[in-house]
Design a protein around this ligand. Structure first.
Ligand code: SAH
Length: 244
């Protein structure tokens, strides 16, 4: 068969030439009911570590099936060592942040609870599923891990000082400071984006006092948290990441 398979799926299973991959119930519904694929049809598979493989439907059932890997169709490509820390906001915007971070090439996504965070819980499994879906549709072979929600203070206590924390500080929006990410983005790094209420004064002074923290402005306007996340990821990727 020629051409790229239209369907790309993430599977939590080893991939390699001749490898059989069992089809989960959800995937069986999608592949064989919704998309109406039959035996012999081709899909592309990736598992986050073995690259992308073409696989043929060997068995198709209502609740399961089997795919068999043929040739490798893409090498494993891991993103640069860039994490995104963000304070969860409203559901749809939180989903957006996770989806965009996966597309933009964040290697880990860490929801953090800040002083003005409005939600005290997240659906980690649902957010992880969003990251998987984003990788499936953007052609990525890597899926960023979405961590459990933790208090920012605790994350800072355990921080590895080798990793710069690029702190998107809305208080710098009105200052003369230019973006330090333009020419000189630190790596490895993590970007920190606050909630709709921004950071508290206490958080801001604690963050500014930490040696690994690099406060940055994101222009003269106050961006919504989801916009700020994409903007900061873009800046870092441009200066230091895999866009060059
Ligand atoms: N309510 C706050 C703004 C919060 S915006 C206020 O009015 O000040 C949400 C988050 O996006 C901020 O915490 C910050 O991390 C980021 N952000 C938005 N605009 C920014 C800017 N111009 N510079 C730096 N960070 C910004």
């Amino acid at each position: 068969m020629s051409g790229r398979p239209k369907i790309r799926l993430y599977v939590d299973h080893p991939l390699g030439k001749g490898q059989s991959v069992p089809v989960s119930r959800d995937h069986a519904n999608y592949l064989f009911n919704v998309m109406r694929l039959g035996v012999g049809a081709e899909v592309a598979l990736f598992n986050g570590k073995d690259g992308e493989w073409r696989a043929e439907v060997a068995q198709a059932g209502k609740r399961g099936g089997v795919l068999v890997c043929g040739a490798q169709s893409g090498a494993q490509v891991n993103p640069p060592d860039l994490w995104l820390l963000f304070a969860p906001i409203k559901k749809a915007r939180t989903d957006f942040i996770v989806e965009k971070a996966a597309e933009m090439g964040a290697s880990r996504i860490l929801p953090v609870q800040t002083d003005f965070t409005n939600s005290d819980r997240i659906r980690q499994d649902r957010l992880q599923a969003h990251a998987i879906e984003a990788a499936e549709q953007c052609g990525g072979t890597f899926v960023p891990d979405v961590a459990a929600l933790r208090p920012l203070a605790q994350v800072l206590e355990e921080w590895d000082a080798e990793r710069a924390l690029v702190f998107a500080d809305e208080a710098l929006a009105h200052s003369e400071a230019g973006s330090t990410l333009r020419a000189d983005a630190p790596a490895p790094a993590a970007i920190l984006i606050g909630p709709e209420g921004g950071f508290s004064d206490a958080e801001r002074s604690r963050l500014r006092g930490l040696p690994f923290v690099v406060p940055i402005p994101l222009g003269p306007r106050i961006l919504r948290a989801d916009t700020a996340a994409v903007a900061a990821l873009t800046l870092w990727q441009m200066a230091q990441g895999d866009w060059g």
